[in-house]
Structures are given as C-alpha cells and as structure tokens.
Ligand binder design. Structure first.
Ligand code: PMP
Length: 423
C-alpha cells in the first residue's frame, strides 16, 4: 500500500467517520512554501484553496515564521492573568483597521468559539435570546453556532440545535433574479422581526458566504438588512472568519457593502496557520460582557506575535490591493471559459467560485463533475477547493501571494480538464 493510502486507512481506523477529505486518495502533503505545496514524492502543487482561506500570506512565509519562532523561544504562554505586550499591541492594531468605531477585541482560538462568544455578547447586550440566520451560512460546530448554520449537511443532528433561531433565504438563487431573491429575503427578515423582534438579539451572517458556495449579496442588501434590524434593536454580527484580512480585495468584506456591523468575528487568516480568532465590537456593546470570561489560549503570545507580523506583511506587501487586482483578473479569465459545465462564475477578490451544472449528454451530476475537476486538476498540479449546498461549486481561494502566472497556468489547465470531461 502506498503512503497516502496507508494514511487514508489509518484515518478510517482512528478518526471519527465525520472527518472527510477531498479526492479518493488525497496527496500526502509534506512541505509548503508560499503558494506551493509539496507531497511526499516532491510533486509540486499550486495551492488554490489555502487550507480554507487560512494561508493568506503563504505557507511557511519566512518573514512571518521568523517572528513566530523568535516568540516561541522567548515566551510561549501565560494567559491574560499576567501582562504581555503582544496581545495588547494586536488589539490596538486591530482597532485601527476594523470598520467604524469597533475597537474592543476578545481573543479566542477558533472561528466557532469566536462566533459563539459574539452571540453570547449579543444576548447579554440586548437581553434577548433569539437569532436570525441565513440559509447557506456556516458559523461553526458548537451548539449555538451549529444552530445558526444554514447548510443541512453540517448541522450534525437537528436534536442538537437551539430553539428560537429563525432562518431566512439568502438573497441568491439560480432560479429567480437577484432582485427578486433580495426582496424575498428582506421580506422574510421583516416578517420574523414583526413576529419575534422583541425576542431576537442578533442576525448573524457571512458578508460573502464561503462554504455555502461563494455567494455575494446585491450592493444594497446589507444596508437594508441593517436598517431593518436597527428598527427592532437587533444587532448585526458579521462572520468574517473566511473573508477577513484581505481575501476579498478589502481588509474586511463588509467594507464592500458600506455598512458597519455591531460585532465582527475573525479567525483563520489572522494567524496564517497559528490558531487565533477574535470577536470585536464598540465600547458601548463591549460593556455588556461584564462577567469574568477569558479564553485560556486566546491571543497567546505566539499567536499574537504571529498575527502582528501577518498584519504587517499584508500591509507591506499590499496584499489587499493584490487580491483586488488579481481577483478581478481570475474572475474574468474564468468567465471567459466556455464550457457547458459552467453555470455561473461568482465571487469577489481572491474568493471566486464556479457553479457547475450537469448536461444531458453525460450521466454525472454537478457534484460528480466538480469532483472530476478537482481530481484532474490535482493530477496537473493544482489544488482547487469545492463548496456549495450540493458540493458542486469549484472554489478558488488561493494564498494572496499568488501570481498572475500561477493564475494563467491554473486556468489553462482547467480549460483542458473541462474539455476532457466533455469529450
Ligand atoms: N465561520 C465560517 C464562515 C467558516 O468558514 C468557518 C470554518 N470553515 C467557521 C466559522 C468555523 O471556524 P472553525 O473551524 O475555526 O471553528
């Protein structure tokens, strides 16, 4: 048995059956260098998924790693019971880049944990209990975050979820116009607010849905949502776990919509592979989180030192602008592909997806086609992702250090792959 197959077998023996993977046999990755990954046979892959939007600054980025290693050698961990410099510096830095007057940050470790904290904060601040969430959203795997996750396959077991959660349709549909989908969604929010507004603390949403299939919203949608929520004193929590830190061509994706949320949640790319997450809010709202509460590992010295160098690296290398420019380039190139399997190309910045579709002449479903594309692209040296409610969206979310040349070679390989599947 070869090395990857041995690992697959061990996973089957020792992991929970819930832990899946892409590909029949995934590559066994042994090294990473910026936008490239290498397997145990030294085959090179250009990474177009970045560990699900985490490695924005690239794998084992030498500039960032140097600070992580220095910090590891100096001081690993204390908790917030003692004073350290890095986490306060990080909180101050975040205040300078977070939108509007959001300036206080609570550090934790994972996206789920930060969303859970944000929702607890909303409950404490409003003294109300319920939530509104969008279909197609994903917010984590703790009880409360599972409860607001609007993708059936991720909800584990409906017995686990909390009550008083109201789902509304996301403003995107392949069968009606965007305008209609937006009106429908706004109408549903209004109805929920009219009927239950006095017991709803917040609406939680991703500014661009990641796992739900790279879904952006019409320009005015979030403005209208925010106004509706405000009229019922309901907060808006924006989950930027996947979209934060330059991914979409803005530092935070919410900036595309010209609104300031009440609470903003970030994770993944902040630590570029070292676990750290945050929920941040205004002075006023933060005052409601007034019982003792801290995360043991949240914002520990190693994570904070790393995050500080991540922010510095993003700024120094203009990764936000880079994501905007190259993202537009990638999207245009994908849009120019002509294949019967492409139903829609969508997204913004370096967060782009191809909605695939089946065609009459072949038996495969859109999910099968997506899997075939992933497999064939892997064989050609490109790791692309997939997501979507039916797992039929090919996702491109590379490290932001990707180059135009990487995009050119990926797209020409994709063109070849799509033609091969058609023939
Ligand atoms: N929110 C979003 C938008 C996510 O994409 C994810 C994970 N993919 C989470 C929350 C949960 O993050 P974590 O796995 O770090 O708990």
């Amino acid at each position: 048995m070869n090395e990857p197959d041995q690992i697959v077998t061990k996973r089957q023996d020792y992991f929970f059956p819930s832990i899946g993977h892409f590909y029949q046999t995934p590559p066994k990755i042994t090294n990473g260098q910026m936008q490239y990954l290498y397997d145990h046979n030294s085959n090179e892959y250009t990474d177009f998924f970045a560990g699900v939007s985490v490695m924005n600054c690239g794998h084992s980025n030498p500039d960032i790693m140097a600070n992580t290693i220095e910090q590891l050698q100096q001081l690993q961990h204390t908790t917030t019971l003692y004073l350290t410099q890095m986490n306060v510096d990080l909180a101050e830095q975040l205040a300078s880049i977070l939108p509007g007057d959001i300036r206080r940050t609570f550090f934790c470790v994972t996206g789920s944990e930060a969303n859970e904290g944000a929702m607890a904060l909303a409950r404490m601040h409003t003294k109300k209990n319920g939530f509104i969430a969008l279909s197609g959203g994903l917010h984590g795997r703790t009880h409360l975050t599972l409860s607001v996750t609007g993708i059936p396959m991720w909800r584990l077991d409906d017995q686990l979820v909390n009550e008083n959660i109201h789902f509304v349709d996301r403003p995107h549909s392949l069968s009606i116009s965007t305008e209609e989908a937006m009106e429908q969604s706004l109408q549903q929010i209004e109805t929920v607010l009219q009927n239950h507004g006095d017991n709803i603390s917040a609406m939680i949403l991703e500014p661009i849905q990641g796992n739900g299939g790279i879904i952006t919203y019409p320009k005015d949608y979030l403005k209208k949502v925010k106004a509706l929520l405000e009229s019922y004193e309901v907060l808006l929590i924006v989950d930027e776990v996947q979209t934060g830190y330059g991914r979409t061509g803005k530092m935070f994706a919410i900036e595309h919509y010209d609104i300031v949320p009440d609470i903003i949640v970030t994770a993944k790319a902040l630590g570029n592979g070292i676990p750290i997450s945050t929920f941040s809010t205004t002075n006023e709202i933060a005052q409601s989180f007034n019982k003792p509460s801290a995360s043991t590992f949240g914002g520990n010295p190693v994570a904070s030192a790393t995050a500080l160098s991540v922010l510095k690296y993003i700024e120094k290398n203009e990764l936000v602008q880079h994501a905007q420019g190259l993202g537009g380039y990638l999207k245009e190139k994908l849009q120019s592909l002509s294949s019967p399997f492409i139903q829609e190309v969508r997204g913004i910045g370096l967060m782009v997806g191809i909605q695939t579709q089946s065609v009459d002449s072949i038996e495969q479903s859109s999910a099968d086609i997506t899997d075939m594309v992933l497999e064939k692209m892997k064989q050609l040296g490109f790791l692309v992702g997939k997501n979507g409610l039916n797992r039929d969206v090919i996702a491109f979310q590379p490290p932001l250090v990707i180059t135009k040349e990487d995009i050119d070679s990926m797209v020409s390989s994709l063109e070849r792959v799509l033609e091969e599947i058609e023939s």
